[in-house]
Design a protein around this ligand. Structure first.
Ligand SMILES: N[C@@H](CCC(=O)N[C@@H](CS)C(=O)NCC(=O)O)C(=O)O
Length: 218
């Protein structure tokens, strides 16, 4: 059986758990969570580093021992040949576009600020006022970009998703941290960002949706 090393509290790991749940793919879940002594993490052990030299989860280990890391690459792998990835070349490239953007311009700020509140044991994190303000400004900018994209799509389709009218891995990818952005001090309420707020509800009502705290029974 496939093994998934994932962090229950992490949006990057949640993306993969969400897609696998929606696809009905069985797997063994191996939880890797920040504990009080973050230097003791499984991700720092030689056997884990052998599987992923970057020392991060999510990580998939296939039955033959090969591994795949990076949440968005994992989404692409499992989505191939399913309705979760667009079939036309341009639409598929747009899914890549939004998923690269998520890692470059959204996750570092939105997830980065959430992490400063959610992991007090991470004493290595810079929580100085200038950095917190910079994370807030850049995260708000990213959320504004997403709001504009969803508003633009609304002009062409009544129930817009990130890449147009179809729910795809680009939505799963961006949902990972956006749905909980409030934990980082960002406002994704209907009053502040109405297109994001209605998209979040739409994503959460997709068949087979699971919440971040859902884990498979091993
Ligand atoms: N770009 C990577 C980021 C992975 C990442 O930062 N994972 C964090 C949790 S969100 C992690 O493994 N932290 C444990 C550690 O650094 O030891 C992805 O999308 O998978």
């Amino acid at each position: 059986m496939i093994k998934l090393y994932s962090m229950p509290s992490s949006g990057n790991s949640y993306k993969v758990r969400l897609l696998l749940a929606q696809l009905g793919v069985p797997y063994q879940h191996i939880a890797v969570e920040y504990d009080r002594n973050v230097t003791n993490m499984m991700t720092n052990t030689p056997s884990f580093r052998d599987k992923n030299p970057h020392g991060k989860v999510p990580l998939v280990e296939f039955q033959d021992g090969t591994t795949l890391s990076e949440s968005n690459a994992i989404l692409h792998y499992f989505a191939e040949g399913t309705p979760f990835i667009p079939t036309s070349k341009i639409e598929r490239a747009r899914a890549y576009q939004w998923m690269f953007w998520e890692q470059n311009s959204h996750e570092p700020y939105v997830a980065g600020r959430m992490a400063t509140f959610n992991y007090p044991q991470r004493v290595d994190m810079d929580r100085s006022p200038p950095r917190m303000a910079a994370l807030l400004a850049s995260g708000n900018h990213a959320l504004d970009v997403l709001e504009v994209q969803l508003a633009k799509n609304k002009a062409t389709t009544p129930v817009p998703f990130v890449c147009g009218e179809n729910y795809s891995i680009a939505d799963i990818c961006l949902y990972g941290y956006t749905h909980a952005a409030g934990e980082g001090g960002f406002d994704v309420s209907a009053a502040a960002r109405p297109h994001i707020a209605s998209w979040l509800k739409r994503v959460a009502s997709q068949p087979g949706h699971v919440t971040i705290d859902w884990l498979p029974l091993n």
